[in-house]
Design a protein around this ligand. Structure first.
Ligand code: 5GP
Ligand code: ZN
Length: 115
């Protein structure tokens, strides 16, 4: 867990462009953006992915995360035209950092299906 990249970002051991912070969650710009707006939202406490969440206790931060997403997209004027929220999970899901994160992508028209 100590070697976890996103835990290091939470502890400010690695710099990140933070856009939103609360007691439980952190949102910051992706270092390798795939869209004009590409922000990662993470729980501050390490959890590997969605499957590692325990009902009730762990689900509370998801409510906060939805509130953060709404604020972030409104602030950046991508609420009306739309955006994409993605949680790559596990090897087949394309997850490369084993700390739960949601990609918030916007500012351009997205295609479907994803690669
Ligand atoms: P995944 O591939 O696990 O769904 O997403 C991991 C994301 O973390 C990638 O989009 C990648 O660009 C981003 N990332 C990797 N290392 C860093 C870093 O040091 N800082 C920031 N801000 N993003 C990172
Ligand atoms: Zn972590």
């Amino acid at each position: 867990m100590n070697a976890c990249l996103f835990c290091k970002i939470v502890k400010k051991e690695i710099p990140a462009k933070v856009v939103f912070e609360s007691d439980d969650i952190l949102a910051f710009y992706d270092v390798n953006p795939q869209a004009p707006v590409h922000i990662l939202l993470i729980p501050k406490r390490h959890r590997e992915n969605l499957l590692a969440l325990q009902k009730n206790e762990d689900h509370l931060f998801l409510d906060e995360m939805v509130t953060a997403v709404k604020q972030i997209v409104r602030d950046r004027n991508i609420d009306v035209k739309g955006f994409r929220l993605v949680a790559n999970t596990g090897p087949d899901g394309g997850q490369t950092v084993s700390h739960l994160h949601f990609h918030l992508l916007g500012g351009r028209s997205m295609t479907w299906p994803p690669g």
